[in-house]
Design a protein around this ligand. Structure first.
Ligand code: PLP
Length: 262
């Protein structure tokens, strides 16, 4: 109902439930030359997250996204979409689209590979909000802080018993020989849009794709490790808890395949 708003102008009230209690759903889509990649799938997942959080999705979100993107022009950027329950006790849900600048260091990170530390999440999968892209990402962000404090770039969540889950904002993959492994969705990891693209592209590049339940030793014994996400695309991993990896051919080929699709 506000139309186009300057990103510096406040648009959320302090008594919005998403701010008060972290009860909001969101999506982050990468925009290439002004066009969002796989927007329909992101909109579908926004609906799925909202349903899990008990939120109604207001109509007109695709139009909101189109309006924001048109104003931004033919940029490489990210598009965030939010759905919140709105102000406490008013029952008027709010939707918001935000176009913003990509982190400046993505290609530098891709060239050197990121280092990860494992962070135990202390959950037995699947947990209540596993796989929901919600504005309750405080634990995810604290994990990133912990990684940075220890000199790493990012975190990797483990469930109880050391089961490999995902990163705070990424899915994780590893390769042994010709097989690409990634944690199964039944563990409560986010159904990444990039993850789905890679699962389709893998076999076309000659890799077998296996979605399963694995302990950390399986990942540590890999020939190659990488993460996937809309913003960072396919990001090679150079180290996990100090175990080092060569930047390998699968991450390189999948990144090229993803770019070809975009
Ligand atoms: N896992 C989590 C927890 C995330 O927040 C994200 C995205 O931000 C991903 C995985 C990757 O998902 P996508 O490829 O859809 O960006």
């Amino acid at each position: 109902g506000r139309g186009l708003v300057d990103p510096d102008e406040p648009v959320i009230h302090a008594d919005d439930e998403a701010f008060l209690r972290g009860r909001g759903a969101f999506e982050t889509t990468r925009v290439y030359g002004g066009r969002p990649f796989r927007l329909e799938r992101h909109l579908e997942r926004l609906g799925e997250s909202a349903a899990r959080l008990g939120l109604a999705v207001p109509p007109g979100i695709p139009e909101l996204a189109a309006e924001a993107l048109e104003a931004a022009g033919p940029v490489d950027a990210f598009l965030r979409l939010y759905v919140t329950p709105g102000r406490e006790d008013r029952g008027e849900p709010l939707a918001l689209a935000l176009v913003g600048e990509l982190p400046p260091d993505l290609e530098e990170l891709r060239a050197r590979g990121v280092s990860l530390i494992t962070v135990p999440l202390g959950v037995d999968p699947p947990w209540l909000l596993g796989g929901v892209k919600s504005t309750s990402y405080a634990a995810n962000m604290v994990a990133v802080d912990e990684a940075r404090r220890s000199g790493a770039d990012d975190a990797l969540f483990l469930a109880r018993d050391g089961i490999v889950l995902e990163g705070p904002t990424t899915n994780v993959w590893w390769r042994r020989g010709d097989t690409l492994h990634t944690p199964a969705l039944s563990l409560g990891v986010l159904a990444g849009v990039t993850r789905a693209v890679l699962a389709e592209a893998g076999p076309e590049l000659g890799y077998r794709v296996e979605e399963g339940v694995h302990g950390l030793p399986d990942l540590l014994a890999a020939d190659e490790v990488f993460t996937s996400s809309s913003v960072r695309e396919v990001m090679p991993v150079a180290a996990v808890d100090g175990t080092r990896y060569e930047l390998g051919p699968a991450a390189r080929a999948l990144q090229a395949a993803l770019r070809a699709l975009t």
